[in-house]
Structure formats: C-alpha cells, structure tokens
Design a protein around this ligand. Structure first.
Ligand code: SF4
Ligand code: SF4
Length: 111
C-alpha cells in the first residue's frame, strides 16, 4: 500500500548514550566558557543566523551536539559561520555565541 504524503516527516528515533561519548573536549569548552551551560535551547540563534539563511547550518544543533560529546562533522559545519554576531544579539541568555563558534573550532580542530 502506498504511504500517504502528509507533507512532513517524523524524525528517526535516536538514542544518545552519554556514558559512551567522550566528554573531554566538551568539558574543556565548558570550563573556558561556562556561560554556555545557561543555554535554554530556545533556537533564537538559529532563527536569526545569516549562514542559516543560505545553507542548512544550524548553530543550536552544533553546540548542542558538542555539549553531548558528539563532535563528528561539527568543525566543518561551523566553518559556514560568518561571525556576523546576529545570534549574540538575540540570545536571551546573553551567551557570547561568536566566542562559542571560535572556541569549539579551536578545541575540536578538523574532527
Ligand atoms: S539563542 Fe542563546 S539560549 Fe537560545 S539556543 Fe541559542 S545560545 Fe542557547
Ligand atoms: S555569528 Fe555565525 S552562527 Fe551567529 S548568526 Fe552569524 S553566521 Fe550565524
């Protein structure tokens, strides 16, 4: 039987095993920029992102992955950031998001 197209799809279920993830680099980042722990995941940074207008870049997703210890592909994705600073202006937690981008890239290297 053909599957009806409702115009949207449901995300595949994903289990995150935090105990298996290596959080060393994530902890290093949080030690240097503890304010990142105040992130409430509101997505304002992603909604206002200049790079996100032109590409699939999702800043909230990137820093959330890093905090979970999932680093693969993050450096390459973060290279799409133009460091324009719009995300910082809208962040309700006043997180220095440009610094987050630079710090993650510096800590991860080309992972
Ligand atoms: S705007 Fe700030 S609080 Fe909201 S998801 Fe982005 S970094 Fe987190
Ligand atoms: S600084 Fe980077 S992440 Fe923030 S809005 Fe500009 S392009 Fe997007």
């Amino acid at each position: 039987m053909a599957v009806k197209n409702f115009g949207f799809s449901i995300s595949r279920p994903r289990t995150i095993d935090m105990d298996k993830n290596n959080l060393r680099k994530s902890n290093e980042i949080l030690r240097e920029l503890p304010e990142l722990q105040a992130c409430i995941g509101c997505g304002s940074c992603t909604a206002s992102c200049s790079a996100g207008l032109l590409t699939q870049f999702n800043f909230r997703k990137m820093h959330t992955l890093v905090r979970r210890g999932e680093y693969e592909g993050v450096y390459k994705e973060l290279s799409k950031c133009m460091l324009c600073g719009k995300c910082r202006m809208v962040c309700p937690r006043n997180i220095n998001t440009r610094k987050v981008v630079l710090l993650i890239k510096r800590t991860l290297g080309d992972f």
